[in-house]
Design a binder for this molecule. Structure first.
Ligand SMILES: [Zn+2]
Length: 187
């Protein structure tokens, strides 16, 4: 595998692991010339899965396109590569087990289902690009629905935690209190 940094053609695999559903293998490699580390993914090529696009033309399913569309939606969000890869693995698995043809709209819906759980902002970004909201109203509805789902303290609970939180809500403190109670009980 050609080093993406210096172009040298020899590398060494330093780590390799399977994805959760064993449908792909991730390999960490190190360039033998400049020691740059990079990652490659290996998976079975499914030449029979075809995507029907909006204009009714067909094309072979391309996992890389799926990965890049997700990565783009998640740009600058704190979402790990592993989380993204897992989502892609799950989507690909669902597509491969449901037939030989899939519409691009179906793929888009599956991506949205995943992003909705992973990151609300990435979800909206993807929706705005790939779903092409028919009307402005539809987009406003989506944003309002999003607003209702996000709890004010869900993103940074440590910043929004009430100052008068009861001590029992802290596991360590609760444990200590329990231990103390037990000691008193025995006396
Ligand atoms: Zn190199």
């Amino acid at each position: 595998m050609r080093c993406p940094k210096c172009g040298f053609r020899d590398d060494k695999v330093i780590d390799s692991r399977q994805s959760r559903d064993s449908s792909s293998i991730r390999r960490r490699r190190v360039c033998l010339q400049c020691a740059y580390r990079f990652t490659t993914y290996e998976q079975i090529e499914r030449s029979d899965l075809r995507v029907i696009k909006r204009d009714r033309t067909h094309e072979p399913f391309d996992r890389r396109k799926l990965v890049s569309s997700l990565a783009k939606a998640c740009e600058k969000r704190s979402i790990s590569l592993v989380t993204l890869e897992t989502a892609v693995d799950e989507i690909v698995h669902e597509l491969e087990t449901s037939g030989r043809e899939v519409s691009s709209a179906t793929i888009g819906t599956k991506v949205l289902e995943k992003l909705r759980v992973i990151d609300e902002v990435a979800y909206l970004r993807y929706a705005s690009v790939h779903r092409r909201f028919e009307e402005v109203d539809e987009f406003v509805d989506a944003i309002q629905a999003l607003g209702r789902r996000i709890k004010p303290n869900s993103l940074q609970p440590e910043l929004f935690a009430p100052e008068t939180a009861p001590p029992a809500s802290h596991p360590a403190t609760a444990g200590a209190r329990e231990a103390e109670a037990n000691t008193h009980g025995r006396v």
